[in-house]
Design a protein around this ligand. Sequence first.
Ligand code: SF4
Length: 313
Amino acid sequence: MTLRVGIPRGLLYYEYFPLWREFFTALGAEVVPSPPTNKQLFEQGLRHSLDETCLPVKLYMGHVAALKDQVDYLFVPRIVSVNQGDYHCPKFSGLPDMVRSIFPTLPPVLEVIADRTEHKSQLMKSIFRIGTLFRQNPVGIYGAYRQALKYWRETAGDWAHSLLPRAVPHPSRTVPTVAVIGHSYNLYDIYCNHNLLALLQRMGVGVVTPEQLAYKQVRTTAETHLPGLCWSMGKKLYGTALEYAGQEEIDGIILVSSFECGLDSLLMDTINRELLHYKKPAMLLVIDEHTGEAGVITRLEAFVDMLKRRGRP
Ligand code: SF4
């Protein structure tokens, strides 16, 4: 019998899903992602979360609720650090604990521990612990891990591209181009952001996002301008904002954040101050569960009109 592994379509799903899918598929499992966010799933997430939790974590709980009775295992990684010296937001380190404490009945939770501050053997131990549930042969488990990693390295760019709405126009000299900067789960969960990127497209605007830049490059930029910043995701947003701000073909920058995000509450203000030096129009869009589509459209229209009136310098 093929075992079914559920992967909630939230948080770092938008960055690593192909890697995780390839690993479990190579182990012989069937991978079952939760459906794209919808009203029911959104409400489930709110019902299962504390008020002060950020919206992306609330949504994640909705995705867990949608999957938990449909699968043999639930994959919830514990991601502490993916680059030497950097950390992820603490919500990612405690995600499996949060999920277990919120849902009293769950299928077994598969918990890979990614922590670059620890020796690599810790990651491998968790890979083998999970792998033996599907295969007894350690060589086969290691092979599945290597295969997934290779696949991920070769296809990460395609995956990032596939997240963009199909019709988003590419940056060009004839239409204003906006860099939309935020965590991947804020930019690509089209239910929670009211399909922000497609709205911009309908307004005749070219769009670029952090995923179009190489992480190595933005990380270096962030480390040069803001040494001491220890959040990987913060480096990605900060470095991306500076890189795009310096590009002539970018006409404006939209920063997207979630209400109750501790990291963004500091970082977005820091980015905004830095952008003043570049004299590029910028806007901060904060999303929470009460954000309505009409409010998002009004703000985007005002921003786009301003860019069009301003023209290219
Ligand atoms: S970085 Fe912010 S939005 Fe993302 S999980 Fe952490 S608190 Fe939530």
